[in-house]
Write a protein that binds this ligand. Structure first.
Ligand SMILES: Nc1ncnc2c1ncn2[C@@H]1O[C@H](COP(=O)(O)OP(=O)(O)O)[C@@H](O)[C@H]1O
Ligand SMILES: [Mg+2]
Length: 246
């Protein structure tokens, strides 16, 4: 299958700090790829650059052969790139159903939701993320795991081809992690390309067939998780931070 995402020599500087440093990689359509690195490595910045929330200092990003470098976020969403945030964001005072309806009514979402209607479409998404029983309540009263499911549901509403998940497991209980894991696996089986970050390698190991490892803005390893976990430079990057793999 073809390349869906091509990142070339991507660099992002914040004043004197180079958060992303000459970073290049490709992701193929249908792939399931993890991005790991200790806190502060530059993972979220990479996602911000791909999704248009930050503009690169240099380098290029192509999605599905369209040059999206520096494009504004809603245009990138319309092309089929969705992302979730490390810190959960949602419309606090809308019901869960309406939260998902909003994304079903986006330009791209409408193409898919208009046949059955946005509400029904949103309801089917809530079913697939396991939240349909809570459709009428607002997110303010939900536990963390449900909020993450909602975020993923909102992303699915826009029918992404590429889904960027930033630390989807952070702050979740083991059971909540299992729920999110099976949801992400199912999305990938349904054909959505998944690119996800995590700062704990072990969580991602069991899940993804390929891991990119970064440290201080640079790509330091790219391969199967077992191989990356035994890579000397990766081990040193984690040990230097005192974080380990646990
Ligand atoms: N908007 C910003 N302004 C200044 N520095 C930033 C900004 N965003 C991120 N950084 C810095 O860039 C580095 C990488 O951050 P980040 O991408 O959030 O790392 P990660 O997600 O891997 O923990 C950190 O040193 C962080 O402090
Ligand atoms: Mg981050």
């Amino acid at each position: 299958m073809g390349i869906i995402l091509e990142v070339r020599n991507l660099t992002k500087k914040f004043g004197g700090l180079t958060a992303v440093n000459d970073f290049s990689f490709e992701i193929r359509r249908g792939d399931f790829v993890g991005l790991i690195g200790p806190n502060g490595a530059g993972k979220t910045t990479i996602f911000n650059l791909i999704s248009g929330f930050e503009k690169p200092s240099s380098g290029s990003i192509r999605f599905d052969s369209t040059n999206i470098t520096g494009m504004i976020p809603y245009k990138i969403v319309n092309l089929g790139v969705a992302r979730t945030f490390q810190l959960v964001r949602s419309f606090k005072f809308l019901s869960l159903l309406d939260n998902v309806v909003v994304s079903c009514l986006s330009n791209r979402g409408r193409k898919f939701s208009k046949k059955v209607g946005a509400e029904e479409y949103a309801s089917s998404i809530l079913t697939s993320v396991g939240l349909v029983d809570k459709a009428t309540i607002p997110p303010v009263v939900l536990p963390h795991g449900d909020l993450r499911k909602l975020q993923i549901g909102k992303a699915i509403g826009g029918n992404p081809e590429l889904l960027l998940l930033d630390e989807p497991f952070s702050g979740l209980s083991f059971e909540e992690q299992l729920g999110i894991t099976s949801l992400i696996k199912k999305l990938n089986q349904d054909g959505v390309t998944i690119f996800m970050t995590g700062h704990v390698l072990r969580e991602l190991m069991a899940l993804v067939p390929r891991v990119l490892a970064m440290h201080q803005g640079k790509l330091i390893a790219d391969g199967p998780p077992q191989e990356v976990a035994n890579n000397k430079i990766v081990l040193e990057a984690y040990l230097g931070k005192g974080e380990g793999f646990a």
